[in-house]
Design a protein around this ligand. Structure first.
Ligand code: SF4
Length: 337
């Protein structure tokens, strides 16, 4: 993920001091149960150390922690850098970089910035609940649009539709993409694994609305959870819905579990799906990635299903995540995941 360079970065244990120095705001009303930790970030645009085959090498993440609370979220361990937990803390204590828009405006000033594509949603969801209150993602979009700076967004939330006006304005000046992460349309799996997210059918509807508005929007099927959402029937349902919504691309990514997240998720599997314990132990017990053959099989399946559904779209398997400039990150690109 993007490692934050806080103004207090020169203090001892700066990551831990963040929480001490943050302005704490307790959520009320629709934000009941959340606590916002408002901080001033020194830098917002992050440069990936090894972008590999990705289309971008720069990212922006204005929130840290995510109330969508997906069980498999790869960003969970990043909360531990702050001295917070990767469980409930990650879902309820949301770090908000309140000066993000001003910092992005300064960092992307023409004399300082080369105009490279910037990806949002590579760590936590830029349209998580906090965005309803802080509107930082909207502000960043406005700045990037004014700069005619290409950008992409990955989200699970139709809240992005609120910003169709600024997205459309930006798309008139530069390359804009908004992709949705839809791991499954299986109602039971969705409820169990993504408790704080909007129904995946609503996300598919948002894909259609954005494309109708002239904003290119695709679907990332991910993460596909072995034994839970990987059947041809389940994947076929997402592909068919994506194609019908006019998705400009359909990609897929199979679950991967970096060390920081592995124990958390495997414990969850033990409690909720003991019938899968052995399989997950075999695949992920000592490795972050499922067997390559399985990843290839699913990519081929998505490609086949997409063409069968009549999709005139590109099918891109997701590559492994890049390293970031700062501590080894549990980054897994999806999302916002
Ligand atoms: S996977 Fe995305 S939406 Fe889910 S908790 Fe993580 S960042 Fe939020």
């Amino acid at each position: 993920m993007s490692q934050l360079r806080w103004q207090i970065a020169d203090l001892p244990n700066p990551q831990l001091r963040i929480i001490d120095q943050a302005q704490h705001r307790v959520g009320a009303g629709r934000y009941q149960g959340l606590e916002f930790l408002e901080v001033e970030a020194k830098r917002i645009v992050n440069t990936l150390k090894q972008p590999g085959g990705l289309r971008f090498s720069h990212t922006i993440n204005v929130y840290r922690g995510c109330s969508r609370a997906c069980t498999y979220c790869f960003a969970r361990p990043t909360h531990e850098y702050l001295g917070l937990g990767l469980g409930t803390d990650f879902e309820t204590k949301i770090v908000v970089k309140v000066n993000a828009v001003d910092v992005v405006r300064a960092e992307t000033a023409p004399h300082r910035w080369g105009g490279q594509l910037i990806a949002m949603g590579t760590n936590t969801d830029p349209y998580q609940a906090a965005e309803g209150r802080y509107r930082l993602t909207r502000g960043v979009i406005e700045v990037l649009g004014q700069r005619a700076n290409p950008f992409s967004i990955l989200t699970k939330s139709p809240l992005v539709l609120r910003d169709v006006d600024v997205l459309t304005a930006a798309a008139a000046r530069t390359q804009v993409r908004v992709d949705f992460s839809v791991g499954t349309l299986d109602e039971a799996v969705w409820r169990e694994t993504e408790p704080g997210t909007t129904h995946p059918r609503k996300r598919i509807e948002a894909v259609a609305r954005l494309n109708r508005a002239g904003i290119r929007s695709g679907v990332l099927i991910g993460p596909i959870l072995p034994g839970m959402s990987d059947s041809p029937r389940q994947i076929g349902a997402v592909v068919a819905a994506a194609v019908e919504a006019g998705a400009v691309s359909v990609g897929c990514v199979l679950l991967h579990l970096k060390p920081g997240l592995r124990r958390h998720f495997l414990d969850w599997i033990d409690r909720h799906h003991p019938e899968l314990t052995e399989r997950y132990g075999e695949w992920y017990g000592t490795r972050s990635y499922a067997p390559t053959a399985e990843q290839r099989r699913l990519s081929a399946l998505v490609r086949r299903l997409t063409h069968a559904a009549g999709g005139d779209v590109s099918v891109r398997p997701r590559r492994r995540p890049p390293a970031t400039r700062t501590p080894p990150s549990p980054r897994q690109l999806t999302l916002g995941e």
